[in-house]
Design a protein around this ligand. Structure first.
Ligand code: PMP
Length: 354
């Protein structure tokens, strides 16, 4: 740290992204990317748009707002486009939270939430998950604080039914409730339909997982018009060209190919259930997941050791050091072939370990 770094960041511990190795070619099951390539329309859109990169992008990101609005039956001014959904999350923390408007979230959830809170100097409360790693929605009802919940949650993959999400929103009318739906397309129920009913709801989604565009960085929020206006005030005060030209073109093309992506999600959900069963047959405890990953613990080998052995065998999964979950690993669902290789390798590791 230089001697010039502001002491407002004294307690800030930056978010640590999953490994993106540049040396060895791994089977990457560690950052919840899609194993499927973008559709051909997206690739064509990128090529075409590359020739126009001397021009700034559209600060209104109108094509994306229109496409999302069409997809969910909302109005384009109920959509805020962003550079990945991480940016929307940060905008929402900036816009609606401060010393007098704290935020709460589950103790085991997306690791960026406490970082955004620290970064913006916002007091936060971490509410413990239940023994079985589920969220007790009653812990959030009438909470009187802003709330962010990932649904499905990460890294557990477990989802709350929509009626419980609605209870949380309804019972906190004077606070913002952010539902982070990064993984919703793999089997959970979306709260997008509720934005017409509740002016305190922000639903956040991303093109990174179900739409195979993690590298393009495209996310968005859906909320009532007034909330979107506030988020746009923050956006235009920080980075008005936050979504680049190629990403706008690719995102619009991806929405026009929605069937392709939804069919990929179905395949991933099927492969997830296949992998879950196979892991259970090898004496793993596997949480019920509605996401494109599994959270699993072997009863025969520690989480860290399994992660290390898999890495030696060319397979990356995600291990977290946090005490309560250190025996678990998060395994992204790849193609069926990748998961067969993963399962075979786990089997060999377990045999060698006995
Ligand atoms: N929310 C959750 C729960 C996530 O796991 C992620 C991915 N790391 C994000 C949001 C952010 O994704 P992106 O910025 O790629 O849209």
């Amino acid at each position: 740290m230089s001697r010039f770094f502001s002491n407002k960041f004294d307690k800030l511990e930056p978010y640590v992204p999953g490994e993106q190795p540049k040396d060895v070619k791994y089977i990457k099951l560690n950052t919840n990317e899609s194993p499927f390539a973008p559709s051909s329309a997206v690739i064509r859109a990128a090529e075409l748009e590359a020739s126009r990169l001397q021009l700034y992008s559209d600060p209104d990101v109108q094509d994306i707002c229109d496409a999302i609005a069409g997809l969910y039956g909302v109005s384009p001014d109920e959509v805020l486009p962003s550079n990945g959904s991480d940016e929307t999350l940060n905008f929402a923390f900036m816009a609606f939270c401060d010393k007098n408007n704290p935020i709460c979230f589950p103790d085991i959830s997306y690791g960026f939430y406490p970082v955004f809170a620290e970064f913006n100097n916002i007091p936060y409360e971490e509410i413990p998950l239940k023994e079985d790693f589920s969220i007790d929605y009653r812990d959030y009802c009438g909470k009187g604080k802003n709330i962010v919940i990932a649904n499905p949650n990460a890294p557990t993959g477990m989802a709350l039914p929509l009626w419980q999400i609605e209870e949380i929103i309804k019972s906190n009318p004077d606070n913002i409730v952010i539902i982070d739906e990064a993984y919703v397309d793999f089997g959970a129920q979306s709260a997008v339909g509720l934005i017409k009913k509740y002016d305190n709801l922000i639903v956040i989604q991303t093109f990174s997982k179900s739409r195979s565009m993690a590298g393009a960085r495209l996310g968005y929020a859906v909320a009532c018009k007034d909330i979107i206006n506030d988020l746009n005030t923050v956006r235009f005060s920080t980075n008005p060209y936050n979504v680049n030209r190629m990403t706008i073109a690719c995102g619009a093309a991806a929405i026009s190919d929605n069937d392709y992506y939804m069919s990929n999600c179905k395949t991933i959900a099927e492969t997830r259930e296949y992998t879950k069963k196979a892991l259970e047959d090898m004496n793993f405890e596997v949480l019920p997941s509605k996401a494109n990953f599994l959270f699993a613990r072997s009863r025969n080998i520690g989480g860290k050791l399994l992660y290390e052995k898999l890495k030696q065998n060319g397979i990356l999964i995600r291990h977290f050091e946090k005490e309560r979950i250190k025996d678990y690993n998060r395994i992204t669902i790849g193609t069926k072939e990748q998961m067969e290789t993963f399962l075979d390798t786990v089997k060999k590791i377990l045999e060698d370990n006995i």
